[in-house]
Design a binder for this molecule. Structure first.
Ligand code: FAD
Length: 339
């Protein structure tokens, strides 16, 4: 249940394995749709690799292009991304790591050309990230949802917890129900033992004439080019507002961060908010309920759903169908150690 990146990737994996799939989704999505769809293998704060970055990239580099062919819809592209260093220390981290074997796949060696880059203020220089991609979420979600409808079934409605029993939903028998509810998983009556949090994020779309079209820049915020001098810019993090209403304060925060990249006044074309399903240890919640063997959960994809969903959905379906153990860090067992 759930038609965001989690529910769609699990549905596609199950269909590819020949399973009979019914996807139930309210038809209202704020997270996977609002997301910029950036796939960035680095975490800039401490200049680290993202969790299992290499494996995630290996998985998504076949998952998304195969789905593009199966849906005849282009939504996956490679994006040149330049990190504008925020400080001398950050530049030093990059220079130290760029030669290490585990970073070579993700960092270009800083060149004289990088040091001369002055399209935006870069007092500490900049570095180019390798293997960055973007998903056009507005194209991805409806086309993959239609793919699931063609090969299985899609029901657009709210899920009624009271109509679920161990082996049937609304009188229809099933072998397993998988909850991919995103941040709305906080209302799920069976998985209340999982400490799921709601982290609101706001994002704007701007028109700017002096930013380079076709390049993504990142300093304090990211900007993703959409073409015709328009860019997505974001995002904010708010742990205390569970609404999906964009706020004036959120917009101003993004514009303040953007002022480190660009001095010109920009036109704000759009402003949206969504809620990320986040977890205290920044690892997903995946597994089977300890007392209800037909109830499963695939949630907690946090800030990088489009990066990690292809790999985790593949591993989850292999866990369900083949009994392959899940990666230790995502198992929900970590929240009921006594059982
Ligand atoms: C501003 C912002 C920017 C982001 N940028 C990026 C980015 O660039 N790259 C990236 O990888 N990630 C990004 N993210 C994070 C990404 O959005 C999440 O990781 C991802 O969307 C989580 O997907 P999900 O499928 O688990 O949840 P969701 O997308 O929330 O999907 C859950 C679905 O379940 C349905 N549902 C829930 N409960 C019920 C019910 N009871 N009945 C019926 N249907 C139900 C909902 O309607 C929804 O369609 C961003 C998030 C935000 C907010």
């Amino acid at each position: 249940m759930g038609g965001g990146i989690s529910g769609l990737s699990v549905s596609v994996r199950l269909l590819h394995r020949g399973c009979d799939v019914t996807l139930i989704d309210s038809g209202v999505n704020h997270s996977s749709r609002v997301a910029a769809g950036m796939i960035n293998p680095l975490v800039f704060r401490r200049m680290n690799r993202s969790w299992r970055a290499g494996e995630c990239l290996d998985s998504l580099r076949s998952f998304y292009p195969d789905l593009e062919s199966e849906t005849a819809t282009p939504f996956f592209s490679s994006v040149p991304l330049r990190r504008i260093f925020s400080s001398d220390q950050e530049r030093r981290y990059w220079l130290e790591k760029q030669h290490l074997a585990e970073f070579r796949e993700f960092m270009n060696v800083v060149t004289a050309e990088d040091d001369a880059f002055d399209v935006v203020p870069s007092p500490f220089g900049s570095g180019r990230v390798k293997n960055v991609y973007a998903i056009n979420t507005r194209a991805f979600l409806p086309s993959v949802r239609s793919y699931v409808a063609r090969h299985g079934r899609v029901i657009t409605s709210s899920f009624d917890y009271n109509s679920l029993s161990e082996s049937s939903y609304n009188g229809v028998n099933y072998d397993g129900v998988i909850f991919c509810e995103g941040h709305q998983g906080v209302h799920n009556p069976w998985f209340q033992f999982l400490p799921l949090s709601q982290t609101k994020g706001e994002i704007i779309t701007i028109r700017a004439t002096t930013l380079p079209d076709g390049h993504s820049l990142n300093r304090k915020c990211f900007m993703l080019p959409l073409g015709n001098q328009t860019f997505k810019v974001g995002s904010t993090y708010n742990w205390n507002d569970p609404t999906t209403q964009p706020t004036e304060e959120g917009k101003q925060q993004i514009l303040d961060k953007l002022s480190y990249l660009i001095r010109e006044a920009v036109t704000v074309l759009d402003h949206e908010a969504g809620i990320r399903p986040t977890t205290p240890d920044r690892r997903a919640f995946i597994g089977t309920h300890p007392e209800h063997p037909n109830y499963h959960v695939f949630n907690g994809l946090g800030t990088k759903g489009y990066l990690i969903a292809p790999l985790l959905s593949e591993e989850f379906v292999s866990f369900l169908l083949d009994g392959t153990p899940l990666h230790e860090e995502v198992r929900i067992k970590r929240f009921y150690p006594g059982r």
